[in-house]
Design a protein around this ligand. Structure first.
Ligand SMILES: Nc1ncnc2c1ncn2[C@@H]1O[C@H](COP(=O)(O)OP(=O)(O)OP(=O)(O)O)[C@@H](O)[C@H]1O
Length: 800
């Protein structure tokens, strides 16, 4: 930190020259740096660290002193907005703390065992298939450990690190058992195995894994059911007969309840993958209903079977395709898996498992006699091949630092495949559009003074260009494709992105936690957590999208100084992270921005700050210059603030809403508006509402882990609809309708029908009569405050 602090031109910017810019509407101003800033010329540098000073201007933003008069405010069109200078990027920032690190001894899990695939007790065709078609030669530790347990027919609970091959660990014993049944299994025998997973992409991926495994055994037919697909075609597939059925819980349950041709009385395996995530997503009831429905079909009562057989038991009954339900009693084995064992896994295990065997692939310390279930829940296991970093960064600098990081890795290194996790769908929408716009190729006028010139002028670097110079394209800052993935995209969009990114050798995927669980995206170099996860378990799954099956990978979590306690929490759970420097990250902007501002390279001091400030200006100009982008930024910002107010108990201590500087955060959404204008209310009002709800209930979590609460009301697709014409996220047929639910507008994972409009808990919107833009902004406010006032109702944020 100190290096950069020394370099920072920390002259306070008291007055801002406002100048009408060409090609802009009347009243649109661009902020300029102060004379003082100019006079420094990057040389007269004060040796001052980032410090939060008593900044009354900022306080006002934060506490929303003008909120009352702004209560009717909407997100203003460009010309009405208050100009805010990017030049204040490096002032009034909170001090970055120096973290004392613990001596962390990570829990270790060897990915591979010493056993070879060819030595496995499986069919010769399976061995050949695994070796030739799947390129496997060694058995992973979890596969070795769970194979005999699962083959024994006992209920099994499996914990193993991310990317350790858990899918094959349970799928292989199932396929082996099924291929060995004689007479051969037929489609008409009905479903033999049900696999429940939390997201659609994971369902597709798991289905593809089974397809590969059954290649030598063509009579075994896998199939999958997920929300977003046409039910009619799914029914047709079910009618034909499926042996291994994979699906998300809601859609599976739907078919179990309504599709007669779905025969479940022969189900021998129930697999619950990413068990804790299923619960966190609010699927507990669906999973319980599913188990009861299975029991009902198989054993004639919802409470379960009395008699249990395993297909390989000698006394197991032969499969009789004509047997009516309840007659053919088969033993059903339940297998639950996750890389993290949480209290919720315990709960689900209690609900579904009988005397389970526990397979934990992590190495227990030899001198650790007391390793018990509590420690298994406490300790987090991260792949050895993953290097984890954290970056403490003041809020105002978050956006430029993220951009700088992308530029650094994707332009200057070969590590060009990256996932960036964000809290909400609206954040993903906005940042994808924003980064594509600003980091990609952009139009630039070279005649006269260019739009970035003010700052150069301040630094005395401006070289006036010839008037007859033509418009040219600024080179893109980074030649990389941006993708996005979240639960509110159409199923086709989701599948396309998933498949394209999976096979791409480079690219940046911005996503919500819909991508955090189970997804096997090969060769991802970096996992960036731009917003912190809701829980430490979510952290583990997010970073687990890289460094899979022994491959190298890196992760970076970006935290504000006030959030540094999260690092301590992780360390207490045996996760080892290294600190990355902000200055080291930002300095990569200098050579990059120098492609359009060559003078940067000549500066002896202050080049990093100037480059960062100019990039911030580009972001802010892009937002203020496009109504649709501004609307997206405002929604993203409000969704983030709402998200922040709803951290769960586990992490609320470190992600403290009261420490959130709304004005600084607005800046990292490239917004020049004061927060009171963007959300309709200032922070004090948010908090007062939360406290003064009158019903004495606690602030609700407002979302499920991983950013369940998406964004604010409305919100068209990027670049399609401005804020003035919001499109309900829930879509037609929204089950929670105009006044429904908690009015979250859209859920993290976009459960169709969960989108909502209107006020909290069924109250008609008080803003119904206003213009739609005002309504949108005010609704965001009311939805947010409802998150503070009302204890969160456990709400399904599913993926069906
Ligand atoms: N024995 C093996 N040898 C080589 N690769 C393997 C082996 N077993 C599985 N894999 C591959 O490892 C990758 C990760 O497997 P999988 O997705 O099952 O991991 P996981 O443990 O379920 O991870 P997560 O906890 O993130 O869901 C897949 O591409 C899979 O094909």
């Amino acid at each position: 930190m100190s290096e950069l602090a020394l370099n920072i031109v920390s002259g306070p910017v008291k007055t801002f020259k406002q100048k009408k810019r060409k090609n802009q509407d009347e009243g649109d101003f661009k902020a300029k740096t102060s004379k003082k800033f100019k006079s420094m010329g990057g040389k007269n540098v004060q040796k001052k660290p980032f410090k939060r000073k008593d900044d009354t201007e900022s306080e006002n933003e934060d506490t929303g002193q003008n909120a009352k008069s702004n209560q009717e405010a909407e997100v203003s069109p460009r010309k009405d907005r208050t100009p805010g200078p990017a030049s204040s990027l490096f002032k009034s920032n909170p001090e970055v703390p120096f973290l004392e690190h613990k001596d962390v001894k990570p829990v270790s899990e060897h990915v591979f065992s010493s056993e070879l695939i060819k030595d496995m007790p499986i069919h010769a065709h399976s061995i050949a298939n695994l070796e030739k078609n799947l390129g496997m030669s060694k058995v992973t530790t979890v596969q070795k450990m769970s194979f005999p347990v699962i083959m024994s027919g006992k209920d099994t609970l499996v914990r193993s690190q991310t990317g350790s091959g858990k899918t094959i660990a349970y799928a292989l014993p199932i396929v082996e058992s099924l291929q060995s049944i004689r007479p051969k299994l037929q489609r008409s025998h009905g479903v033999q195995a049900v696999v429940i997973v939390p997201t659609r992409e994971l369902a597709l991926q798991t289905y593809e894994c089974f397809v590969k495994l059954v290649k030598p055994f063509t009579w075994i037919v896998p199939g999958y059911l997920v929300g977003g697909e046409k039910k009619k075609s799914e029914k047709a597939r079910l009618r034909k007969g499926i042996s291994i059925l994979i699906g998300t819980p809601g859609r599976l349950l739907d078919h179990i309840q309504h599709t007669k041709s779905l025969l479940l009385y022969q189900v021998r395996w129930l697999v619950i993958d990413e068990a804790d995530r299923l619960l966190d997503m609010g699927y507990e009831k669906d999973v319980a209903s599913l188990v009861r429905a299975l029991n009902e079909q198989q054993f004639g009562n919802p409470e379960g079977e009395k008699e249990r057989f395993h297909p390989l038991d000698v006394d197991a009954p032969e499969i009789d395709p004509n047997a009516s339900p309840f007659v053919c009693k088969v033993k059903r084995q339940t297998i639950m898996l996750s890389a993290t064992m949480t209290a919720s896994v315990d709960r689900l295990a209690g609900l579904t498992l009988k005397h389970p065997k526990f397979v934990d692939a992590a190495v227990i310390d030899e001198d650790d006699d007391e390793h018990n279930i509590a420690m298994i829940e406490q300790d987090l296991v991260i792949p050895d091949s993953l290097t984890q970093w954290y970056l403490l960064i003041p809020a105002k600098l978050r956006l430029v630092t993220l951009a700088s990081f992308i530029v650094w890795k994707c332009r200057m290194t070969a590590e060009r495949k990256m996932l960036i996790f964000m809290a909400t769908q609206d954040m993903v929408d906005f940042h994808t559009e924003m980064l594509t716009t600003v980091l990609g190729t952009r139009e630039k006028k070279t005649g006269g003074v260019d739009e970035d010139s003010d700052l150069e002028d301040e630094y005395g670097l401006l070289k006036k260009k010839d008037d007859d110079e033509e418009d040219v394209k600024d080179p893109s800052l980074v030649d990389i494709e941006f993708f996005k993935l979240h639960g509110n995209m159409t199923q086709k969009e989701r599948t396309d992105v998933f498949k394209t990114f999976r096979s791409a050798t480079s690219g940046v995927l911005l996503c919500t936690d819909v991508a955090s669980r189970g997804l096997d995206l090969p060769m991802v170099d970096w996992i960036v957590q731009y917003t912190a996860p809701a829980t430490a378990a979510d952290y583990v799954h997010r970073v687990g999208r890289t460094a899979r099956v022994g491959a190298e990978g890196s992760s970076m979590i970006m935290l504000c100084p006030s959030e540094s306690g999260f690092i301590t929490q992780l360390e207490e759970r045996r996760v080892k992270l290294f600190e990355e420097g902000m200055e080291r990250t930002l300095q990569h902007l200098v050579p990059t921005m120098a492609t359009s501002i060559p003078s940067l390279l000549k500066m002896r001091n202050g080049a990093t700050e100037l480059a960062a400030t100019k990039l911030q200006l580009r972001f802010e100009d892009a937002v203020s210059g496009r109504e649709d982008l501004h609307a997206m930024a405002a929604k993203a910002y409000v969704s983030f603030v709402r998200f922040y107010a709803s951290y769960p108990h586990e992490t609320r201590g470190v992600f403290n809403f009261k420490a959130l500087h709304l004005g600084h955060y607005a800046k990292c959404f490239a917004l020049r508006d004061p927060p009171s204008k963007i959300g309709g209310l200032g922070k004090k009002q948010w908090l007062d509402r939360g406290k003064g709800g009158g019903d004495g209930r606690q602030p609700g979590r407002g979302r499920q882990p991983g950013g369940g609460h998406g964004g604010v009301q409305g919100g068209g697709r990027p670049g399609t609809k401005p804020l003035q014409q919001p499109r309900p996220r829930g879509g037609p047929g929204s089950s929670r309708g105009l006044a429904g639910g908690r009015g979250t507008g859209k859920s993290q994972d976009g459960k169709p029908g969960s989108g909502a409009r209107g006020g909290p808990f069924g109250k008609p919107s008080a803003f119904g009569a206003r213009s739609s833009a005002a309504r949108t902004t005010k609704l965001a406010a009311s939805e947010f405050s409802s998150g503070l006032q009302f204890k969160k109702k456990k709400q399904k944020k599913g993926d069906d």
